[in-house]
Every structure is written in structure tokens, then in C-alpha cells.
Write a protein that binds this ligand. Structure first.
Ligand code: FES
Length: 147
């Protein structure tokens, strides 16, 4: 089956949504409902917020279902901001009945040796039911994982 990938563009950015990766954390529409609203069609409306707000919110997506493509100028500004941020702390939160939420820049080494760089928020499956391991895909709610 062909993977669904949706693109939502405004000026210098494009939000990319891969629904198969979504862990249904609801972080996007709780934190920035004027942009991410599952009751609207399309559910992503970029006209309501600044590019910076949208980029910051997309980086919080724990599953990687939301990602961002930026033009060169915006990407350079982001890179400069990251370089000036001297805090390298990585935080891990255990979500009750859900994934491990890792906040920060990490590198995941897959079983085949591939290294995947992740930034922002990453949700790692803790229940064992995800079809997209090591990432959480929201299956924890189907199996009523409550630990
Ligand atoms: S913790 Fe979410 S699918 Fe396992």
C-alpha cells in the first residue's frame, strides 16, 4: 500500500504530515489549535500563526509524523538559533500508559546499523505494540497499556 504523505505550504515553509507515523499524542492541536485542528479540512491551516510558531510546534511532534521543510533562509536562521543554544540537555519523560518521550537531539541506531538523527520530541514505544518500532504509533491506547 502506498504511504500517504500530505504537504501544507505557506511562504517559506511546508509542513509535511505522514499519518501512518502519528502516535496520536494530540500535542499539536492542544498546543497550537489555530493551526492544527482535526475537525477542519484541511486539518492544517498555516495562515493563523507565524512560521516560527509553526516550526517550534512541529518540532514537538513526538512521532515524527509532522516534519517541516524550509527554504534556505529560514533553515539558516534555525541553524544559527540552534548553534547559539548551549544547553545540550536531553530529557526523558515516561508518559503514563504511553511512550517514552525524549526531548532533545538524539541519534537512534537501528538493528541494521542505520543511524537516524532526531531532534525536538521523539516518542519511543514502551508497550511493545507499535507497528513502527522503535517509535510509538499510538497502539498503546488500543491495548489499554496503563503502566
Ligand atoms: S507506547 Fe505507544 S505504541 Fe507502544
Amino acid at each position: 500500500m502506498k504511504e500517504v504523505i500530505k504537504h501544507y505550504s505557506k511562504d517559506n515553509i511546508t509542513v509535511v504530515w505522514q499519518p501512518a507515523k502519528c502516535s496520536h499524542s494530540k500535542i499539536c492541536f492542544h498546543d497550537l489549535p489555530q493551526v492544527f485542528n482535526p475537525n477542519n479540512r484541511p486539518w492544517v491551516t498555516l495562515s493563523e500563526c507565524s512560521e516560527k510558531e509553526v516550526i517550534a510546534q512541529v518540532k514537538k511532534c513526538p512521532s515524527g509524523a509532522l516534519s517541516i521543510k524550509q527554504n534556505e533562509e529560514v533553515a539558516m536562521q534555525e541553524k544559527n538559533m540552534q548553534e547559539s543554544d548551549t544547553s545540550n540537555t536531553t530529557k526523558v519523560k515516561v508518559a503514563k500508559g504511553g511512550p517514552l518521550l525524549v526531548e532533545g537531539n538524539i541519534t537512534i541506531t537501528m538493528p541494521d546499523g542505520e543511524e537516524v538523527a532526531k531532534e525536538g520530541m521523539t516518542a519511543l514505544c514502551r508497550c511493545g505494540a507499535s507497528a513502527n518500532k522503535p517509535y510509538c504509533d499510538g497502539s498503546h491506547s488500543k491495548i489499554e497499556f496503563d503502566t
